[in-house]
Design a protein around this ligand. Structure first.
Ligand code: HAS
Length: 560
């Protein structure tokens, strides 16, 4: 049965297409610099950018565009779509436009700082690397802009609840509100760091900055950030994947429990990025490691629920046997092409999850921290379910809004599989290199992989070449994707414009009860945050007082 279709006002059509296509256009720059990083690190090219950017500028552009700008714009757009579609209510469009304008201005401010060489601080931008004030102000505007959209949805949600007493909140709404509750938990400490530390420091109003406090505030933000990236993808997987598989969501309650567990476990884990930081007691690091294993639980739950849902769909389509049912899934269906993107993202996340568990183990983390292993991890997590789901939904929504069918449908179904192959090769290469001590984020260039260099590390030669090979395949996959996207945009409209989201029913449609109310879970989250963060912050204030001036990894150095 074809999913229900909604039509949009002209204003919403314009807004959503800007929210989806502006970051997608920026993505081409971010992806290009990703390719160049891998070729440069393997010593295959000498320059790192046709824009004349040097290594750290290109790496900052790659991380900021791909990890922060694209994901935040997309999630705001996706949230607007879900509220319009499932709550059948329109958020205030003036607030929505104000949110977009603020995020656009913020992005342009940060981009100017990066492209002019005044913000080569990488996407994690923590000190003692220092940027021009415009970079931090830009980041703050992107965050505040996203808050505006989140707050804009809440009246629609409350109004819907009031009008539908006793009805379960649609899963898509539970998912996106979870994502933005986690985002709000994450961005409050970031706002404290940016507004009260980084901006005064970069303006020269204060001579130095306490690096440990700033880094701890950043990672208080930095790990829930990854669930802000993951949860919109999980929302698509719970709402759409079972229906695309030809079946039903195995358990409605498992989905709601997953989202509520993310509310409580996403944020109190940030010290797992700081296991080797001074000034923080090992007991608090161990506690954050423990809670990190807690945040893996909703993903284990998801792995089971989605595999069971796919099996149900395959058997509904005639699948039999212990394993033969896999053959009944729509891997290469050009009608249900979202399935391929979602499935490949999940396969990548199998590896991303395993490496994440290794990262979270304090002793194993000492082996992999700040090595190439870490980008190996996050290209199978951020570059896995998140990236594939977000680009697929961008194409799906823009085509629907414009009333167009997908161009080159046969090419489109191969995009995720090409990406899957490229990321696996890239990730295995970098992970193996990391285990051999290959560093991340260093301007390796020709030094480590060139036999004539005194720094030559023969064991990194083939691991960086694997990274370059995988990066090249990833790049080709994106050339194919953008070919499909642009060709689709250039096509004539041939269907009724609007949005029709594939929506799954539930096989076990259990009563939602506690799993349909955010308040108790938010209270537990706040309690957990107090326990896991107040004592370490007191410890840091007591044990670290030195401040640092600014450092600039770029050459030539452009003093902000
Ligand atoms: Fe992570 C560092 C631990 C998840 C992204 N992570 C990073 C960084 C990024 C990142 C960007 O504990 C680098 C930050 C920087 O620049 O320094 N991560 C974890 C853990 C999880 C995890 C425990 N990470 C993510 C997600 C990300 C992401 C999600 C982005 C979207 N990560 C760490 C740690 C560090 C770290 C430390 C710091 C390392 C250091 O020292 O710097 C967990 O959430 C993972 C749980 C996931 C699973 C997998 C479940 C599997 C599923 C798929 C099933 C497949 C199916 C279909 C059903 C347990 C759901 C196919 C089925 C078949 C059978 C074929």
């Amino acid at each position: 049965m074809a999913p229900r279709q909604i039509t949009l006002s002209t204003s919403w059509k314009r807004l959503l297409q800007l929210e989806l296509l502006f970051p997608a256009a920026l993505l081409t720059l971010g992806i290009y610099h990703g390719l160049l990083q891998t070729l440069y690190r393997a010593g295959l090219i000498r320059s790192t950018s046709f824009l004349g950017l040097e290594y750290y500028q290109g790496l900052t552009l790659h991380g900021v565009v791909n990890a922060i700008v694209f994901t935040t714009f997309f999630s705001v757009a996706f949230g607007n779509v879900l509220v319009l579609y499932y709550l059948e209510r329109s958020p205030n469009s003036r607030v929505a436009w104000a949110s977009l304008v603020m995020m656009l201005i913020g992005t342009l401010a940060a981009s100017w700082a990066i492209l002019s060489g005044r913000a080569s601080v990488l996407y994690t931008f923590y000190p003692p690397l220092r940027a021009h004030p415009s970079f931090y102000i830009g980041a703050a505007m992107i965050v505040v802009g996203s808050w505006l959209s989140f707050f804009n949805w809440i009246p629609c949600y409350l109004n819907w609840r009031k009008a539908n007493p006793g009805k379960k909140t649609p899963m898509g709404i539970v998912g996106i509100l979870t994502a933005f509750i986690v985002w709000f938990f994450a961005t409050v400490p970031l706002a404290v760091e940016v507004l009260f530390m980084l901006i005064p420091w970069s303006m020269g109003w204060v001579s130095g900055i306490n690096v440990t406090i700033a880094r701890t505030l950043f990672w208080f933000f930095g790990h829930p950030l990854v669930y802000f990236w993951l949860i919109p993808a999980y929302t698509m997987f719970y709402v759409m994947l079972p229906q695309l598989s030809g079946g039903k969501l195995y358990s409605d309650r498992a989905g709601r429990l997953t989202f509520m567990l993310f509310v409580i476990f996403s944020a109190p884990v940030g010290l797992h990025h700081q296991f080797s930081d001074p000034g923080i007691g090992v007991g608090w690091k161990w506690l954050h490691s423990l809670v990190t294993f807690g945040v893996a639980i909703p993903s284990f739950l998801t792995a089971f629920t989605l595999a069971a849902s796919m099996e149900h769909g395959a058997r509904e389509s005639g699948g039999r046997g212990y394993f033969q049912w896999w053959g009944k899934l729509p891997f290469f269906s050009s009608d249900r092409w979202l399935f391929g993107y979602f499935f490949c993202g999940l396969v990548l996340f199998l590896f991303g999850g395993i490496t994440g568990i290794i990262n979270a183990s304090v002793n194993m983390n000492t082996l992999v921290h700040n090595t190439a292993w870490i980008p190996g991890h996050f290209h199978t997590t951020l570059g896995g379910p998140t990236y594939l789901a977000f680009i697929a939904m961008t194409l799906f929504l823009v085509a629907g809004i414009q009333g167009k069918t997908i161009a080159f449908p046969r090419l489109n179904v191969w995009v995720p599989y090409l990406w899957l192959g490229g990321v696996m090769l890239f990730s295995i290469g970098l992970s193996m290199g990391g285990l051999r001590g290959e560093p991340r984020r260093t301007n390796m260039g020709l030094s480590y992989v060139d036999p004539s260099s005194p720094l030559f590390q023969p064991s990194w030669k083939w691991t960086t070449l694997m990274g370059a090979g995988g990066g090249t395949i990833m790049f080709l996959s994106m050339v194919a994707f953008f070919t499909v996207l642009v060709a689709t945009l250039l096509k004539k409209s041939s269907t009724a414009p609007g949005i029709a989201l594939p929506t799954s029913e539930s096989y076990h449609d259990e009563p939602a009860g506690l799993f349909d109310r955010f308040r108790p879970w938010i209270l537990i989250a706040l309690l957990l945050l107090a326990i896991t963060y107040i004592p370490p912050f007191i410890q840091i204030f007591q044990s670290t007082s030195s401040v640092s001036g600014g450092f600039y990894p770029s050459s030539p150095v452009v003093i902000p």
